[in-house]
Design a binder for this molecule. Structure first.
Ligand code: SF4
Length: 340
């Protein structure tokens, strides 16, 4: 993984920052001593040891209000998030010299596809241009979709936003996704209904996502349908800067009340199962990061649903297929949450 903090240091210097909050994802935490040392010669530094998973999270106001700027390692900026302090994003990119054997891509041609939508998570974004050059040599046409305002790069994918896939879904035969894990592949398949292949960089092979996706949907319905008997719901808003969806939470609350059921609006910056167990609620609807409801469901004793899952289950949204929760834009933390 390639990380250079020089630009971030220059940026912080240019705005005259004296106090810096440093955020590192778990994968880069082993570098903390070295980076801290570099920063400390010039700035007063607070290191956040809390976990974070995206540019949607710059920590709690108690901490970031004490600094002049934030240096965040790992992710790319979310252009439509209104950060309250200057944030310098140091993207972690996997070394672009990684070899992709052309043979691994032939599977797409053998399956009869021609136009291939390319999608990469931030770590692999440098591979996009390489893939775009390789595909025509195999008689395939690369297509890179335009991202929406939550994303920085064309063709970029994150766990809560597949806009670059939506923008070209009608023009491609299938998608090729380069990322770690399978979540992005499943998300793209569900949100576009196109065949999706993940380029597994360890195995250097393509993995079709259809079976995983079918399994995912079956498991999800089994989990969320337990909420059909629920009477008491906690509708939870996450106060992380890029996850804050108070307006949506209020829509869901109204819908719960229309059903004659009980709903309580909760705020958190750290969603913990025990909090909702203590409230004796029957189900949680979490409007923050969609991955919490999906990846952490086992930790909760009650069903935890994304907002759109609730709407599908209770008939507020009509669709003959499962819909993945996506975040397009968030509400402003300072003014909006107080007025609701
Ligand atoms: S909301 Fe979740 S999926 Fe989206 S960027 Fe943040 S951590 Fe990642």
């Amino acid at each position: 993984v390639r990380v250079s903090i020089d630009e971030a240091i220059e940026g912080a210097r240019a705005i005259g920052a004296k106090r810096i909050l440093l955020q590192l994802p778990d994968g880069l935490k082993p570098d903390v001593f070295h980076i801290y040392d570099r920063l400390r010669s010039e700035f007063s530094v607070i290191v956040s040891s809390e976990p974070f998973y995206g540019a949607c999270d710059i920590g709690s106001p108690e901490v970031y209000s004490r600094v002049d700027a934030v240096i965040q390692l790992g992710h790319s900026e979310m252009p439509n998030v209104d950060y309250p302090k200057p944030v310098f994003f140091v993207e972690a990119r996997i070394n672009s010299e990684i070899q992709i054997p052309p043979d691994s891509l032939l599977q797409l041609k053998d399956a009869g596809y021609r136009k291939i939508g390319l999608l990469c998570s931030i770590q692999y974004i440098d591979l996009m241009n390489r893939l775009a050059l390789m595909l025509p040599e195999l008689g395939l046409v690369p297509v890179i979709g335009k991202q929406d305002a939550r994303m920085k790069y064309p063709g970029q994918v994150i766990g809560c936003n597949f806009s670059a896939a939506h923008s070209v879904a009608a023009d491609v035969d299938c998608f090729l996704v380069v990322s770690t894990g399978k979540f992005h592949g499943i998300g793209v398949q569900l949100s576009t209904e196109k065949p999706v292949y993940i380029l597994d960089m360890n195995m250097k092979s393509l993995v079709p996502m259809q079976e995983e996706t079918d399994q995912f949907v079956r498991k999800r319905y089994a989990r969320i349908s337990r909420a059909l008997d629920a009477r008491k719901f906690c509708v939870v808003v996450d106060t992380k800067i890029g996850q804050f969806r108070i307006k949506l939470a209020n829509v869901i609350l109204d819908q719960i009340r229309k059903l004659g059921l009980e709903g309580v609006l909760c705020y958190t910056n750290d969603v913990k199962p025990s909090d909702y167990e203590n409230m004796r609620c029957d189900a949680v609807i979490f409007t923050g990061c969609p991955r919490v409801s999906i990846d952490d469901e086992q930790k909760f004793s009650m069903p935890i649903l994304t907002p759109v899952e609730f709407q599908l289950l209770f008939g507020f949204k009509r669709s003959n297929r499962y819909i993945m929760d996506e975040i397009v834009a968030v509400d402003r933390l300072d003014s909006d949450w107080l007025s609701n």
